[in-house]
Ligand binder design. Structure first.
Ligand SMILES: Nc1ncnc2c1ncn2[C@@H]1O[C@H](COP(=O)(O)OP(=O)(O)O)[C@@H](O)[C@H]1O
Ligand SMILES: [Ca+2]
Length: 506
């Protein structure tokens, strides 16, 4: 009686001890998993940063990009955390070089605040200048050098890793814009299906063409269906994520919207008998004056210089869409064309096909005019809107859009008509519904050449596709948890059976 109570107590203690042990074992496993997960999360938060100054003809913008160091070679994972508009005009328009650092340093100060201090030294800074500086280079190479070196010495005085300030080429501007949008839209890398344990390639995705409209130049870049009739200088070859791409890219200097307007007005002003220019691309009732030095001062408008004119001309809007479009069409000289796929400026653009992303001033203009929606699927719809908008009196436009920047507002009639005409001339008449007007893509970053430029210079897009991991991260974690729990159950069961069997043998 005494003995059996003793053995019951022993058995009770042993079996409960096993339960407690098993419980502790499970707790340990859970703790291990939690530590593993937390550890991996901390790793993915090891971020890197990059700064690009887009020194355009009209203004400079500083972009700060951020990405996870772990996922460096994936696609679409870099995002823009700051777009700082540098105060003032484009860098090419400064004659007093002291002014440039004053404005630039405000954005650099912002970069110092936004990027953690311990990351400053490893963060690259690039400045790329576009058509404004290309135009200035025709007139004054020395000034171009001075501007770039003044910017460089400012950047060197900051704790970042300065990588250079330069004018990017036409082809770079077009190609990097193309890389940016296709990277952000996830069009460069084949997607793998996570549903299968065996990785399989989805059908190959086609890329988007890129349309960039600036103030001084405009670019078109896309993969042509057939490149055999295209001049080899306009074709660029890339190998990205294991695939070869041949893109057609061309930049039209002076066909940016600010230079095109100046050029058009200078051309019309040559026929003036007085100092009054009637401008169909401005709203009725809109008046302004312009210094002839400015009107004829650009490389693009200079050939129309009329020495007989005084210091200023008066400009008065007439708000006539048809007249406006006619005067814009005169800029597109097709006299060298001899085949069907020929457009302005004697450049042969291959036939348009596939989807296109239109950004920068294409987007700003069309978004103001409410013409970016998918419902606006034809050129006629845009034409009707422009006819109505251009004929609206300036007083009405000005009060309806009281909070819109006055310079942009006064020019939207011209800009909209110009976008329409340019796209017609590029061959989009039948393909209007193939164009998507893009600004910030999927919330990651603004469309433009600057992200593509940084991706290229930091080698973030590998030529070859990295071999895929056998399991996706969620599958990996699920399997780990499953097997750990199984292990625990087996261990506990094993212990219990062992315990029971040892009693049996006693
Ligand atoms: N909110 C806006 N509305 C209309 N146009 C805009 C707006 N913001 C910028 N722009 C225009 O976008 C163009 C940007 O060109 P930019 O990048 O400076 O020149 P480029 O690329 O030729 O060197 C300019 O014509 C500028 O006036
Ligand atoms: Ca630009």
């Amino acid at each position: 009686m005494e003995e059996s109570r003793d053995s019951r107590v022993k058995r009770f203690l042993t079996s409960n001890g096993m339960v407690i042990l098993g419980f502790i074992f499970i707790l340990c496993l859970i703790a291990l998993l939690a530590v593993g997960l937390v550890q991996n999360k901390a790793q993915s938060e090891n971020f890197k940063y990059g700064i690009v100054f887009d020194a355009g003809s009209s203004h400079t913008t500083m972009y700060i990009y951020k990405w996870s160091a772990e996922k460096v070679n994936d696609t679409g994972l870099v995002y823009e955390i700051e777009a700082c508009k540098v105060k003032g005009r484009g860098i090419a328009s400064y004659r007093n070089l002291q002014e440039i650092p004053v404005y630039m340093s405000q954005c650099m100060g912002r970069a110092k605040d936004v990027i953690p201090r311990f990351k400053h030294q490893e963060t690259p800074v690039y400045l790329g200048a576009t058509a404004g500086m290309r135009l200035l280079r025709f007139d004054n190479k020395e000034l171009v050098e001075k501007i770039l070196s003044s910017v460089s010495s400012l950047f060197k005085s900051y704790p970042f890793n300065f990588q250079g300030a330069r004018i990017i080429s036409d082809a770079e501007e077009g190609s990097y814009g193309w890389i940016t949008i296709n990277y952000l839209l996830g069009r460069l890398k084949e997607k793998h299906s996570p549903k299968s344990l065996f990785w399989r390639k989805n059908e190959s995705q086609s890329t988007y063409g890129a349309l960039d409209l600036g103030g001084a130049s405009t670019q078109i870049t896309f993969v042509p269906v057939n490149e055999t009739h295209t001049s080899s200088e306009m074709l660029k070859h890339f190998r990205l994520y294991g695939r070869n791409y041949t893109v057609f890219t061309h930049s039209y200097l002076c066909f940016g919207k600010d230079q095109a307007l100046l050029w058009k007005m200078a051309r019309n002003a040559t026929q003036l008998q007085s100092d009054l220019l009637l401008e169909p691309c401005f709203h009725p009732g809109y008046t302004t004056t312009m210094a002839t030095r400015k009107l004829y001062g650009s490389y693009c408008s200079r050939k129309f210089n009329n020495l007989d004119q005084g210091d200023t001309i008066r400009i008065q809007g007439t708000g006539n869409f048809l007249e406006c479009q006619r005067s814009i069409l005169e800029l597109f000289n097709a006299s060298f064309c001899n085949t069907y796929d020929c457009v302005f400026d004697s450049v042969h653009v291959p036939p348009i096909w596939g989807k296109f992303g239109a950004f920068s001033a294409y987007y700003y203009t069309m978004s103001f005019l409410n013409l970016t929606s998918e419902d606006v699927s034809s050129e006629e719809m845009v034409t009707r809107k422009m006819e109505e908008f251009c004929s609206t009196p300036w007083a009405v436009v000005n009060t309806t859009f009281a909070d819109v920047n006055k310079k942009y507002l006064s020019e939207y009639c011209f800009s909209g008509t110009y976008v329409l005409t340019l796209l017609q001339k590029l061959g989009f008449t039948e393909y209007w519904n193939q164009i998507e007007f893009l600004n910030k893509i999927n919330g990651y970053a603004e469309a433009g050449w600057s992200l593509g430029y940084m991706l290229n210079l930091t080698n973030m897009i590998p030529a070859e596709l990295p071999p895929p991991k056998p399991f996706s991260r969620p599958t990996y974690i699920t399997l780990m948890v499953f097997f750990s729990l199984l292990l625990a159950v087996v261990f506990i069961l094993g212990s219990v059976i062992f315990q029971k069997s040892s009693h049996f043998w006693k």
